[in-house]
Design a protein around this ligand. Structure first.
Ligand code: F6R
Ligand code: MG
Ligand code: MG
Length: 364
């Protein structure tokens, strides 16, 4: 069956501060999805959270960018915001950048990752969700999963992966996109993918079959709003097994706690820590940045699951390493490279300080 998997998320209020989500907000999300399922709009859904972000995972047959699905998500976030205001949760409605819905949530604040495909006889999918980081944080794991034979053995030894994958890369500042092929174009590809604050992988396709393999949210909140309103806290959906990398190959890159931007005030570099849902409540210096992975088997659009994929001692070492890196980086205090370079910082007092000191700067 032809199916669309939509993951739409927003931070509509934190509990406590920006650290997590209030159970009543998650419950409100579930009720709203339940109603849409009863009304026949959705086949199935799963509502969860990562830190202060509410995550709506939905299956349906209406395709991507569908007005009804996006409206459902938007109205759920609006109702959640109302409840967040009643509870006086922190930053209520933070990611809703517009007052009125206009057909699609893109460009309005929420993050969106959607893909449409024919459900295979068995369809394992992994939904990755992050908090306290930005859209480009999937670049490194997606490269490893779909282009690096040192991560994905299947690229070398499995016939159905051997043709490689193509990467749709978005320039989030210039609003341009390019599709490049691995393995033959990896050197050029990495020129872009290695600069994740500007270039983000939007989708990955199998070159053997043309099928969609992965889709991510690439919205950069600060670029949409023109000011700081919170980090992007992106999501990414990856199909697995058969013509795609195995579940273990999809999860493997996260055993390396890469350094990403985000963390405190969206203005620091920190380690990307893979955690179970129970640990997805960033509190140390509002971090460090977290990623959770929810695994599902699809059954005619039904979401069988989730399995909490990082709830596994084999990621203990990555968490330990992430904590060590966090200690090390924190000791830099307000110095780069812990603090982001000036042009990437989401918070800055530069213009204020410059104005105050204007008369005291002398020509060299
Ligand atoms: C980062 C984040 C937090 C806040 C910080 C200050 O994405 O959400 O680190 O930036 O807690 O928040 P405000 O300015 O709302 O007091
Ligand atoms: Mg927040
Ligand atoms: Mg968040």
């Amino acid at each position: 069956m032809r199916l669309t998997l939509s993951v739409i998320k927003a931070d509509i209020g934190g509990y406590v501060g920006h650290s997590s989500s209030h159970p009543d907000i998650v419950e409100l999300g579930r009720k709203s999805m339940e109603k849409a399922k009863k009304d026949g709009l959705l086949i199935d859904f799963h509502v969860t959270w990562c830190g202060d972000d509410l995550q709506l995972i939905m299956t349906h047959t209406l395709g991507e960018d569908n007005e009804k699905i996006h409206k459902l998500a938007w109205e759920t976030f609006e109702a959640g915001t109302e409840l967040a205001r009643k509870l006086k949760l922190y930053g209520a409605g933070q990611d809703l950048l517009s007052d009125a819905f206009s057909g699609n949530v893109k460009g309005m604040g929420p993050g969106v990752a959607e893909m449409t495909f024919d459900e295979r006889p068995s369809e394992p999918v992994i939904v990755f969700m992050a908090d306290k980081t930005s859209a480009g944080s999937w670049n490194l794991p997606l490269y490893k999963i779909f282009a690096d034979p040192f991560n994905t053995a299947g690229l070398v030894i499995a016939e159905n992966l051997h043709a490689g994958f193509s990467f749709e890369i978005h320039d989030v500042k210039e609003h341009k996109q390019i599709t490049m092929n691995a393995p033959e174009e990896i050197y050029s590809m990495l020129v872009f993918m290695g600069a994740p604050s500007r270039y983000a992988v939007k989708a990955v396709y199998s070159r053997g079959t043309g099928e969609i393999a992965a889709a991510s949210s690439t919205q950069r909140l600060s670029l949409i709003a023109g000011r700081y309103v919170g980090k992007d806290d992106p999501v990414c959906v990856v199909r697995s097994q058969g013509n795609f990398p195995a579940v273990g190959e999809v999860l493997e890159p996260f055993a390396f706690p890469q350094i990403v931007e985000g963390w405190m005030r969206g203005s620091h570099h920190g380690p990307f820590m893979p955690v179970s849902l129970a640990q997805a409540n960033p509190t140390r210096f509002d971090g460090p940045p977290r990623v959770i992975a929810m695994g599902f088997q699809l059954a005619n659009g039904r979401l069988i699951g989730p399995r909490d994929m990082f709830d596994d001692p084999s990621y203990d070492k990555a968490r330990e390493q992430a904590n060590e890196i966090a200690d090390y980086l924190r000791r830099h205090g307000p110095f780069e490279p812990h603090r982001l370079p000036l042009e990437e910082m989401e918070y800055t007092t530069m213009s204020l300080v410059m104005k105050k000191l204007a008369g005291r700067f002398k020509e060299l």
